[in-house]
Design a binder for this molecule. Structure first.
Ligand code: BTN
Length: 257
């Protein structure tokens, strides 16, 4: 995945460990570009001009030095079967980054990769076709998101501050792609139920959270109880008891403790 030769409009295309990789200097969004591509394609860019976050109102700040990558995975069978993919993908990347030496990592539902209260990486998983899913990964490596966006100060983390050493953004791409491929094999082999149980062991202590539902002004406060078999958020609120929400219903989840 040689980014040095890439140009703005014409990607450098190469084979990479079983993936077909398209590398751009600059692109609007790697997810949008990857959408129609066949399984085992990957799109990477040095910068994105319109990087997208999980909710439509959220832009993803994608300056030089970060990993902005979208991997296309095959999703055979029914669409609902693959509901767990976004969570499994986040968890796979957490595992790979731990192996890389990043301390104190955790997953915040649905798939934010956190160091304490700071966000290191975010995922945007989209289905453009029935037989594939695009797993978009934004990982802060050497970039400084808060320099151009001071409102992000204190909210983001970057790999370079956590793991010293001579690695490149390409090395992190390799790490992420290997983790995604392993996760895909595991999902198909172990089954979605097993992976949901594994995820529920991984959340750590139950936390109090505040949830803003999509399109609603008021918030709900409750205790985070992990996920159900479809990957939906389970919280217990004082007033309404146990509730479940899928990722499209939740605009923002804020941890209160
Ligand atoms: C979030 O936390 O809201 C999700 C952020 C996902 C950002 C990545 S960067 C690569 C890919 N292309 C995009 O436009 N978004 C994702």
């Amino acid at each position: 995945m040689d980014a040095v030769l890439a140009t703005t409009h014409v990607p450098v295309t190469s084979r990479f460990e079983g993936w077909r990789a398209h590398v751009f200097e600059e692109i609007e969004s790697t997810n949008t570009c990857a959408g129609p591509l066949p399984a085992w394609s990957v799109v990477r860019a040095d910068t994105q001009t319109g990087g997208r976050g999980r909710t439509p109102d959220r832009r993803w700040v994608s300056g030089e030095g970060g990993l902005w990558l979208s991997a296309v995975l095959p999703c055979p069978g029914s669409r609902t079967k693959w509901e767990l993919l976004p969570l499994a993908a986040g968890w796979a990347i957490v595992g790979a980054l731990r192996g890389f030496g990043v301390p104190d990592l955790r997953l915040r539902w649905p798939n934010d990769i956190m160091i304490g209260r700071r966000k290191l990486a975010g995922l945007l998983v989209e289905r453009y076709r029935n037989d594939t899913a695009v797993v978009g990964v934004g990982l802060n490596v050497f970039n400084h998101p808060e320099l151009d966006h001071p409102e992000l100060a204190g909210q983001t983390a970057r790999l370079a501050d956590l793991v010293p050493g001579a690695y490149t953004v390409d090395d992190t791409a390799r790490l992420v792609l290997r983790a995604l491929r392993r996760m895909h094999v595991h999902l198909l082999g172990a089954g979605f139920r097993v992976v949901a149980d594994e995820l529920n062991h991984a959340w750590g202590e139950p936390r109090r959270v505040e949830v803003t539902l999509t399109g609603r002004a008021h918030t709900i406060e409750g205790l985070f109880q992990g996920i159900d078999q479809h990957g939906r958020l389970r919280i217990v609120t004082g007033r309404e008891g146990p509730q479940t929400y899928d990722a499209t219903q939740v605009a923002l989840l804020r941890e209160l403790e």
